[in-house]
Design a protein around this ligand. Structure first.
Ligand code: PMP
Length: 408
């Protein structure tokens, strides 16, 4: 099997090497919320601010040319990572949330009417529910919910029926942030296209774990955030098929997105700039470019084997704890373990775990409809990244033992 040097990988992430509450070494298990950043990303952003800082796309001066080059190289790095046919199809946004809102407001809203339906799954993150709800409310369209099974997989038969019912659009996650389920998006997109339904994929949780090829998936739109794939916060991406993006009306108006402005009317720039009004998050884009290269250069087979090992180990260890129940047991999963205790509230458990240096997330994970469907107030979620280890799982299990002793 391919070898993965997890210690060397950990060495690249400074935030992992610290203690919290005086002397307790940190175990960071909140990667689905945001990942830590490798030194190459931190260095690249510092270099921009220290040596290249200037505005992009306008300056005739050297610094502005350097910054613009770095900015557009980053766009190419992102395009290469997801195998976009052209970097013009990589639109920079503030994050996955803004990418989804952009599609909802410029693609869906102008076309939707009272007879139309948008479909989302029952396990979407709020940011892949609310933008569609807003577009439906504004146009009289209907939002329909693709039902799920108790194990956190989609009810495929119900989905096929929904897609056959003259659906305008399907919006769904690639990987569930709450349960870790990997959805079979390639075959779902196939089925959707057979019915003429375009598909928007929320890729927030896939980028740090799966190779993503937007052309192989045949995704119409693919949205993600930099900060969940080892890049900075405040920067995200919307990929789209060229003709779809090119047909979108402008989203925000302002500088950088125009061709010519006069009070008689304004003409707009070509892609990608037409959808990127104002001074962009230049350092963020450049940092994201470094993160994209970092991910692209990984030995994916070796990383995958390591992540699988840690996830399986975590499943085994957690399943062996009396009174603990794993939530979400889909056969195809990434590095997320959601679980509950029979008699301890997730928040109480999380508070104790925090004092023991264990950074986990508790609550509804921005998936309230899913929690309601599963009849849970929330879960405790340990989410792993490529730098987590079996020892991290052991620390979690020790922590959970303390939680049970305190509340048992
Ligand atoms: N979708 C999913 C599945 C997510 O996990 C998240 C972030 N938790 C988002 C969308 C939104 O991403 P952001 O907050 O970076 O815009």
């Amino acid at each position: 099997p391919p070898r993965f040097d997890v210690d060397a990988m950990r060495g690249e992430f400074p935030a992992l090497h610290q203690s919290v509450y005086e002397d307790t070494p940190l175990v960071y298990l909140d990667n689905a919320a945001t990942t830590q950043k490798p030194q190459v990303v931190l260095d690249r952003m510092a270099r921009y601010y220290a040596h290249e800082n200037s505005n992009v796309h306008r300056g005739v001066h050297k610094l502005s040319q350097d910054a613009t080059d770095a900015f557009e190289e980053a766009r190419q790095s992102v395009a290469d990572l997801i195998n976009a046919p052209s970097s013009d199809q990589v639109i920079f946004t503030r994050g996955c949330t803004e990418s989804l809102n952009l599609v909802a407001q410029t693609f869906a809203r102008p076309q939707l009417g009272p007879d139309d339906t948008v479909v989302v799954t029952h396990m979407e993150h709020h940011s892949n529910i609310v933008p569609w709800q807003m577009a439906c409310e504004a146009t009289g369209a209907t939002l329909k919910v693709w039902p799920i099974h108790d194990d956190g997989t989609l009810d495929m038969e119900a989905g096929r029926q929904l897609l056959a019912e003259e659906t305008f659009l399907l919006a769904m996650g690639h990987v569930s942030n709450a349960l870790g389920t990997i959805h079979p998006v390639a075959s779902i997109i196939d089925t959707a296209h057979a019915h003429g339904v375009p598909v928007v994929i929320d890729g927030a949780q896939s980028m740090a774990h799966l190779p993503v090829d937007v052309q192989a998936l045949d995704a119409d739109f693919y949205a993600f955030s930099g900060h969940k794939m080892f890049g900075p916060t405040g920067i995200g991406v919307l990929y789209g098929k060229y003709d779809l993006l090119d047909g979108l009306p402008p989203y925000h108006g302002g500088g950088d997105m125009i061709d010519e402005v006069s009070f008689d009317g304004t003409t707009y720039a070509d892609l990608p700039h037409r959808l990127e009004a104002g001074t962009p998050h230049i350092a963020g884009v450049i940092g994201l470019g470094a993160a994209a290269r970092f991910v692209r250069e990984l030995d994916h087979e070796a990383v995958h084997a390591h992540e699988e090992d840690v996830l399986q180990y975590a499943h085994e260890q957690l399943a062996a704890i009396d009174g603990l129940r794993l939530v979400g047991t889909a056969p195809e999963k990434t590095s997320v373990c959601s679980f509950v205790f029979d008699d301890i509230h997730p928040y109480d458990a999380g508070t104790i775990l925090d004092r023991l240096g264990l950074a986990v997330r508790t609550g509804h994970h921005c998936t309230q409809p899913l929690m309601e469907r599963l009849d849970l107030p929330g879960t405790i979620r340990a989410s792993f990244a490529l730098y987590n280890t079996r020892q991290d799982v052991d620390r979690l299990v020790e922590g959970l033992d303390r939680v049970q002793t305190m509340f048992g």
